[in-house]
Design a protein around this ligand. Structure first.
Ligand code: ZN
Ligand code: ZN
Length: 251
């Protein structure tokens, strides 16, 4: 528990620029945003400026640039500055500086530095690989689908319990990509813990296979939710908002 306490006291930008809403309280103004986007700074294809222009054109009210980072990422202050100075030209749009960092172990150790956290309005935590606890990664080809789901679940649980995050990004995402629909009982448990910890669960339309099923669970547990397209190409911008709108969410 000592370790856990140390981790939970990790600093994070103390002002809360974004107020997440619980799923059943969502209104149009809450879903009219995109809070998960990547630029050409990492593996995205578009520039900050291109994305902001299109965001206004699409009528979005809020966007978050959530670039991939690691502990040794050295360009983050420069990136944050680039986002903030570009945003000045778009007074009608709320623009957040964020990052997406991955779990390094089962205790919520996040691949991010204090310096980066201090710059961020929004911190996304994700499971991108399965660490083996010895600095390497588990060979997933030896895992059953059940074993795979359990490991991803436990890594996500560590993030929810101990990491300085605002959003659990694409819960079950690795499983979705490799095996299909993430087991509902595990997703339900992640949502419940996220609610206890006041962390938003991401509705990530780049990963979720069956959006109506996912939303059914959201309606049951009613967690705080974040809207994210995980945009890498411009045509994916606002994809999450548009899919939710078509399903009548926030109406
Ligand atoms: Zn991710
Ligand atoms: Zn991402």
């Amino acid at each position: 528990m000592t370790i856990a306490l140390e981790k939970s006291t990790k600093t994070k930008n103390s002002h809360k620029p974004y107020q997440f809403r619980r799923f059943l309280d969502l209104q149009w103004s809450d879903i009219n945003c995109d809070l998960h986007m990547h630029t050409s700074r990492t593996d995205g294809k578009a520039t900050v400026s291109d994305i902001l222009q299109l965001s206004v054109h699409q009528g979005l009210s809020c966007v978050a640039f959530t670039e991939h980072v690691r502990k040794d990422t050295d360009w983050f202050p420069e990136f944050a500055q680039e986002v903030r100075s570009n945003a000045e030209s778009y007074f009608q749009l709320k623009v957040l500086v964020g990052c997406e960092a991955k779990a390094l172990d089962f205790n919520g150790e996040l691949d991010v530095s204090e310096e980066i956290l201090a710059e961020c309005d929004l911190v996304l935590g994700s499971v991108h690989r399965f660490p083996n606890g010895q600095g390497g990664y588990i060979n997933v080809s030896h895992l059953t689908s059940q074993g795979f789901a359990q490991i991803e679940f436990e890594l996500a649980l560590g993030l929810l319990k101990f990491a300085p995050i605002d959003v659990l990004a694409h819960p079950g995402g690795m499983y979705y990509r490799l095996h299909g629909e993430f087991p509902a009982e595990l997703m339900r448990e992640l949502m419940k813990v996220s609610l206890e910890r006041n962390i938003a669960i991401e509705i990530n339309t780049s990963y979720i296979r069956n959006l109506p099923n996912f939303l059914e669970l959201c309606a049951e547990v009613n967690p705080y939710v974040s809207i994210g397209s995980d945009m890498h190409r411009l045509e994916q911008l606002a994809n999450c908002r548009d899919q939710l709108f078509r399903l009548g969410v926030g109406a």
